[in-house]
Structures are given as C-alpha cells and as structure tokens.
Design a protein around this ligand. Structure first.
Ligand code: HEM
Length: 198
C-alpha cells in the first residue's frame, strides 16, 4: 500500500464513530429539542456540561501547541450565556468527567467536540423557529470565526499530520468513542432533570 492509499486518521475516526453518531443524532431528535424553548434549554444543559468538562483540554498548553487556535474553539462560555438567555440554571457537574487524559486520548475528545460544530449548522437553523440565534440562546451553535468548514478542515489537517504510535492511535480512537458515550450520558441526565419553570 502506498502512503496515499492509507486511510487518514480522521477518516478512521469518522468510520468508528459513525454508529455512535447516528444513535446520538436519533436520541437528540427523540427529545424534540426544537419543539419548545424548554426542550431546547435541556439540550443546552447537555452541551454546557460537555463543553465545561473540556475547558481544561481546550486551554492545555501542550494541546494548544498542536492546534494553534484551540482556546478560541472552546464553547463553554457561549453555552453558559445561552443558559442565561434561556433562564436556565447552570447545572451542577455530573460525576464521571474525563480526567487527565493522555494527549492522544484528549485529541479524540476534541475531535468529537469540534465535529459537533458541523451538525450545529443544521441545528441553529431550526433554533430560529424558537426565535433563538447566534446572539441569543443558541450562541454555542454559531458559525465559528473564519467559517465552519474551514475551521474543521484546519483541525483535521493538523490531526492527520501528527505522528502517532500504535498505542496513541488506539487512544485517540478510544477518546472519540468515550466522548460520544459521555455526551449520551449528559443528554439523558439533562432531560431527566425536570426543567425549572422560568
Ligand atoms: C457530541 C457530539 C455530536 C453531537 C451531539 C452531534 C449531533 C448532531 C445532530 C443532532 C445532527 C443532525 C442535524 C440535523 O439533521 O438537523 C448532526 C449532524 C451532523 N454531524 Fe454531528 N454531532 C456530534 C459529533 C459529530 C462529529 C464528531 C462529526 C464529524 C466528525 C459530526 C458531523 C456531522 C455532520 C457532517 C452532520 C450533518 C448531517 C450528516 O451528515 O449526518 N458530528 N450531528
């Protein structure tokens, strides 16, 4: 096999997360997040919890040396502002957050968080029906500066160029799978906790 025929790391990550992504997509939709603002607020709770668990990674010096604009990609603050817009309390942390992952494992999580910005292009369009936007209530789904596709392409290019050992290759894959599992847990938790009347 010539190097050109080798499957890129990002393509492999796409393949192994295809099934968890489909399941999560279906689960998000099952909770009808665009039916009411209250439903949408629960979705934002899940997004906030997920993003806030990743704040340390987005601001990690070693990871930041790999992905130049990493801190600017973090959406925890945007999700927090959305919660305020939606008169929704900041949720307490949920046990089981990621702790001190290896570099490769951390990048698996960030791959999922960054990839979720692609689906967000569809979600923000639907949020408009609830009179929400990138400046009110749906800030965390906003198009990143410099463009969604461009930001993703830059991230993936960087990721694909990293020289990884076989062990690291396994770690990044595990990280991506774990991130999907974690989002699923947080989403279930968010909809299980009854919305406080605003
Ligand atoms: C926490 C992680 C994620 C969540 C919650 C999420 C959620 C969603 C949802 C709900 C949709 C459907 C939008 C609609 O049809 O209205 C979607 C679509 C999409 N997502 Fe994700 N996603 C996540 C991660 C990822 C990742 C890692 C990638 C890429 C590697 C990705 C790429 C896409 C793309 C390209 C779409 C557009 C439609 C499609 O091709 O299926 N997402 N996502």
């Amino acid at each position: 096999m010539t190097p050109a025929e080798k499957t890129l790391r990002s393509q492999r990550l796409n393949q192994i997360t295809h099934e968890p992504h489909s399941k999560l997509d279906a689960l998000v939709k099952a909770h009808a997040p665009f039916e009411t603002r209250a439903n949408f607020a629960r979705f934002v709770v899940a997004q906030y919890l997920f993003q806030s668990e990743l704040v340390d990674l987005y601001n990690d010096a070693e990871l930041g040396a790999i992905v130049a604009d990493l801190p600017a990609r973090c959406r925890a603050e945007a999700a927090k502002a959305d919660l305020a817009d939606l008169h929704t309390e900041i949720p307490a942390p949920v046990a089981g957050a990621l702790k001190n992952p290896s570099k490769a494992r951390a990048l698996g999580w960030i791959f999922v968080s960054e990839g979720s910005k692609l689906g967000a292009a569809f979600l923000i369009k639907r949020a408009v029906a609830l009179e929400l936007s990138e400046t009110f209530g749906a800030r965390h789904l906003a198009e990143p500066q410099g463009g969604r596709a461009e930001g993703w392409k830059r991230f993936v290019k960087t990721l694909d160029a990293l020289p990884f050992s076989a062990e690291e290759e396994a770690e990044i894959e595990q990280g991506a799978i774990d991130a999907f599992n974690r989002f699923t847990v947080l989403l279930e938790q968010a909809y299980a906790s009854e919305a406080e009347p605003a």
